[in-house]
Design a protein around this ligand. Structure first.
Ligand SMILES: [Fe+2]
Length: 270
């Protein structure tokens, strides 16, 4: 048993829909009590950003939290979207003024094409509002807020388009749905891949992270333990998937897919 005392994170506001929790100096988590993902505010010396914004329907409560921090939407310089799922990005259209919107280029593409299958529109029953992504991010970009320097890490697996942000000096890891407290996995969705997921977790394991600020659930002060459990689970999922494919008649399942491709090309031929 570890004798390490768990960190207590101060709660600054609490209502029916969300809580506003201080994760570190000038770093805040807006933790929703419904299906919306967590949103984060990082109040830098030169720029203030948000990382994810939750569902559109929660915007009034999000606004209340932003006012509590004296960071109304017109003071948010940039919203960084961790990936394309609407529980993370639904409220983005409310930030359409001077705020820049950024996402990994693969997420940006899906969002701009309004790819409802990829963004899980039906699942979250969100309004079909266009979201314009101004900055298309890549692995290796750096977001410099003055006193925070966030490395953009490309961490695919949950989907093809997931990023994590990491501040080396402060040990802050914003890992969205790639890594959650207690090693809870975000699952593998449409464009995702369990092998990519494992590689992404291996990269996160190598970081000297101190606080995990994830897409769902509480803040964690034990990211190394979280990633160790997530890796175990993801290897389990990989082996389950192998057994599943063995159990299926792969050739019988492959044929309808090939037939649909042939039919599609027939249509294209006119
Ligand atoms: Fe997600």
């Amino acid at each position: 048993m570890s004798d390490r005392k768990p960190t207590t994170f101060p709660v600054l506001l609490n209502n029916d829909v969300c809580s506003l929790i201080q994760a570190a100096d000038d770093v805040f988590q807006i933790r929703f009590k419904n299906r919306a993902a967590n949103a984060y505010v990082v109040r830098g010396a030169s720029r203030t950003i948000m990382i994810d914004v939750g569902l559109s329907s929660n915007y009034p409560q999000l606004l209340q939290c932003l006012h509590q921090l004296d960071c109304p939407p017109d003071r948010i310089d940039m919203v960084v979207l961790s990936h394309e799922h609407l529980d993370h990005i639904g409220a983005t259209h409310h930030f359409s003024g001077r705020t820049l919107i950024a996402a990994h280029r693969l997420a940006a593409n899906k969002i701009m094409l309004r790819d409802d299958f990829s963004t899980l529109r039906k699942m979250f029953n969100e309004p079909n509002e266009p979201i314009h992504v101004d900055l298309w991010l890549e692995e290796g970009n750096l977001i410099d807020l003055g006193n925070f320097r966030l490395d953009v890490m490309y961490t695919p697996g949950h989907t093809s388009a997931c990023i994590s942000l990491f501040d080396h000096d402060k040990g802050l890891l914003f890992a969205a749905d790639t890594l959650m407290p207690g090693g809870v996995m975000g699952g593998v969705f449409g464009s995702g891949c369990i092998s990519d997921y494992i590689q992404s977790l291996e990269r996160l394991k190598g970081l000297n992270s101190k606080i995990l600020l994830s897409g769902h659930g509480r803040l964690s002060d034990a990211p190394q333990e979280d990633v160790r459990i997530a890796l175990q689970r993801s290897h389990g999922l990989l082996s389950d998937t192998g057994h599943l494919f063995d159990a299926l008649d792969a050739r019988a399942n492959f044929e309808p897919i090939m037939q649909s491709v042939r039919d599609l090309n027939k249509l294209d031929d006119g």
